[in-house]
Structure formats: structure tokens, C-alpha cells
Design a protein around this ligand. Structure first.
Ligand SMILES: C[S@@+](CC[C@H](N)C(=O)[O-])C[C@H]1O[C@@H](n2cnc3c(N)ncnc32)[C@H](O)[C@@H]1O
Length: 283
């Protein structure tokens, strides 16, 4: 174990050279904590504990979101999609996008994108592709669509004449209205060819009866310096205007094409806390 500049302990004999600001909570590391991961620090755990106190279902909700990601990616693979741009990848956990996609089609190619330096330090785990497929990692911000779409890694792995899957799973609630997430998303939608799909999930307050509780969760995040913008079903649906929502539409993540997992069946919609769905660009 060694200590970095902020006093956080790291396994092994050296701390990473990027400044991870381990003294400040990060959304990726809070999510990792909810999922039971080990890539989080005291500041993340403290912030996550405050959220859990108000809304204990955030942890099973995060796991349900992760299972949704797996089902939706395997579904896209079943539609014949072989190339994915996964923005807001998160710290690697069980069932990463390339593992789900390549379990159906080993030749699948994935460009991972995240703006959190801790995810960058784990990029190697995301690059463990099958020999037939490829993965790449970009340290970039969703809002920087020009850079993401024109990056050499994207050019090498993604053929924009063939259908692509764009993933924004548990991402857009971290992009405030002032940054025009819908307008940015349109830039990605515009370059994707017909029969491309968007796989998305998004935190919502629609599913929770007690709006005080949801407001308290938003305050707990913003108190920790992490902006969270849950949106209504209508607002989430608006992001996909012009594309066809595939059945069953924008639904609690647990209700999106469930595969019989008992943990999903046991979770009420209000506990999932997020909508999910898949939309396809018309031919
Ligand atoms: C809740 S995690 C979701 C991880 C994964 N997509 C999943 O659903 O299991 C959200 C991720 O989005 C990333 N993120 C937040 N805002 C971002 C932005 N503007 N650009 C790129 N990544 C962002 C965070 O760093 C974090 O890793």
C-alpha cells in the first residue's frame, strides 16, 4: 500500500500519476461504491452514504441499471449491431459493454468514453477484447462531440456507414439543462446511419412517490459537488425525438425486456429510480 498526495491508500507500490482528487467525491466512484466495487475513497463513500441514508434503493437500483445495460447490449447485438460508442462508461465492473456484446458476437468493436480520470486509470480492463473484436478508450467529455466523433480511435473502430449503438447509460442526468444535453445528443444522432440504436438510462423522480425524498437526493449530490438532474419520462423521451422507441418504450430499467432475474423481479419500479430504453433510427 502507498499513499497519494491526498492521503488515500493505493494497493501496490505506486500511486497513479494523474490527479484523481480522491479528496473530492466523484459520480463514477460513488456508483462503484453502490455496485459493491473497491475503486472508491473515503470522500466518495461519505457522499454515497448520505444518499443511501435518504434513498437506500440507490444501491439495488444501480445494480438493476447495470443488468439493463447487459440486456440492452445483447439485444442490440441480436439486431446485428457490431459497433458501439459507450459514453459515460464508468469504472469497469461485471458485465462491461464489450463483454456483453462480444458474448453474442466476438467481432464487436467498442469505443469507451468517460471524463473521469479514475476510469482512465482502469482503461486496461476495458481493453481486454476478444481477439476477433477491438476496444478503445477515450478520455473525453460527452459534450465534446467534435473530439469524440473525430478521434483516431473512433475512426479506426467505427464505420459510420454501418449501424452503430450509442450508449448513454446513467449518463445524461449528470449533464445539466444549461449544457443542452438534447442539443449535444442531436450531433451524435446526426452522424449515425439508419438502423443505428441508442441505448439509454436516466435517473428520474417520476417513479418515487415522495418528491421530498428525491429533492433530498439531488441536494445530497449537489452538496458533494456532483450535479444531478433527474428528468421526467417526457423529458427523457424527448431526447430520442425522430427515432423509434422499441418495445416496451421508456420504462423503469427493471421492466425493460426482463430476463427473469429474480433481483429485477423483486425490485419495485420506485426502487429502480431510472428509466431505460432503446431507440432505433428509422431506415
Ligand atoms: C453512473 S456511472 C454509469 C456507468 C455505466 N454507464 C453504467 O451504467 O453502468 C456515470 C459515468 O458517467 C461519467 N460521466 C459523467 N459526466 C460525463 C460527461 N460529461 N462526459 C463523459 N462521462 C461522464 C462518470 O464519470 C461515470 O463514470
Amino acid at each position: 500500500m502507498v499513499e497519494d498526495a491526498s492521503g488515500s491508500e493505493w494497493p501496490g507500490d505506486h500511486a497513479p500519476s494523474v490527479d484523481l482528487r480522491t479528496d473530492v467525491p466523484h459520480s463514477a466512484r460513488m456508483y462503484d461504491f453502490y455496485l459493491g466495487g473497491k475503486d472508491n475513497f473515503a470522500a466518495d463513500r461519505e457522499a454515497a452514504a448520505k444518499v443511501l441514508e435518504i434513498f437506500p434503493d440507490v444501491a439495488p437500483g444501480a445494480r438493476a441499471n447495470r443488468r439493463f445495460l447487459g440486456r440492452a447490449v445483447r439485444f442490440a447485438a441480436g439486431l446485428g449491431i457490431r459497433q458501439y460508442v459507450d459514453i459515460g462508461t464508468g469504472i469497469p465492473a461485471a458485465g462491461n459493454t464489450h463483454e456483453a456484446a462480444q458474448s453474442v458476437a466476438p467481432e464487436s468493436r467498442i469505443v469507451y468514453v468517460d471524463n473521469d480520470p479514475i476510469v482512465l486509470t482502469h482503461a486496461r480492463a476495458l481493453l481486454s477484447s476478444t481477439p476477433e473484436g477491438r476496444t478503445a478508450y477515450l478520455d473525453a467529455d460527452f459534450r465534446d462531440h467534435g473530439r469524440i466523433l473525430s478521434a483516431p480511435e473512433t475512426a479506426e473502430l467505427i464505420d459510420f456507414t454501418q449501424p452503430v449503438a450509442l450508449l448513454t447509460v446513467a449518463l445524461l442526468h449528470f449533464v445539466p439543462d444549461g449544457d443542452d444535453p438534447g442539443g449535444v445528443l442531436e450531433r451524435y444522432k446526426a452522424v449515425m446511419p439508419p438502423r443505428s440504436v441508442m441505448i439509454f438510462s436516466h435517473a428520474t423522480t417520476d417513479l418515487v412517490d415522495d418528491s421530498d425524498e428525491s429533492q433530498a437526493v439531488v441536494r445530497a449530490y449537489s452538496g458533494a459537488g456532483v450535479g444531478l438532474t433527474p428528468r421526467s419520462r417526457d423529458r427523457v423521451t424527448e431526447f430520442f425525438t425522430g427515432w423509434d422507441l422499441l418495445d416496451p418504450g421508456v420504462v423503469p430499467v427493471t421492466d425493460w425486456r426482463p430476463d427473469g432475474n429474480p433481483d429485477d423481479a423483486a425490485l419495485k419500479a420506485s426502487q429502480a429510480g431510472a428509466f431505460g430504453g432503446v431507440a432505433i433510427k428509422p431506415a
